[in-house]
Design a protein around this ligand. Structure first.
Ligand SMILES: [Zn+2]
Ligand SMILES: [Zn+2]
Length: 136
């Protein structure tokens, strides 16, 4: 009948081998992944290309939309360059890290002074909102 010590040492050995096995196989697995990519590189790249071609209209529409969205943002920022900031964030009253926010980018001269964190929070909220609303 095995003693407690025997069991203990056996257990340790078991865990050690098991760990070694795992490490060895992880390496093998990584190697396998790498090999798979090398063997199928052209097929993988082709698939990516096919995806781009298939979804070209969609993707370019998205890109165009992004550019359009960001164009008036840049313009608004340029137009409001000379508008001074308020002394405080109009949300939390902070006097640090103040930034200009445009509630409406199509009215570039209407700005709100916000601190960086309130500004970030506000835009995060906007993003979440715009995800729910489908643009026509
Ligand atoms: Zn903003
Ligand atoms: Zn603030």
């Amino acid at each position: 009948m095995p003693t407690k010590e025997y069991y203990q040492s056996h257990k340790e050995r078991y865990f050690q081998t098991h760990q070694e096995w795992r490490e060895r196989n992880q390496e093998r697995y990584i190697q396998y992944e790498r090999q798979y990519y090398q063997d199928n590189r052209e097929r993988i790249l082709l698939k990516k290309k096919e995806y781009r071609i298939k979804h070209h209209d969609e993707l370019s529409k998205k890109k165009r939309g992004w550019r359009k969205n960001n164009k008036h943002k840049t313009e608004a920022h340029n137009a409001s360059k000379n508008i001074p900031l308020d002394k405080n964030c109009s949300f939390c009253g902070s006097t640090k890290y103040l930034e200009k926010h445009h509630p409406d980018y199509f009215k570039p001269l209407e700005t709100v002074t916000l601190c960086h964190s309130c500004h970030k929070r506000l835009h995060a909220k906007e993003k979440r909102h715009s995800l729910q609303v489908n643009d026509p």
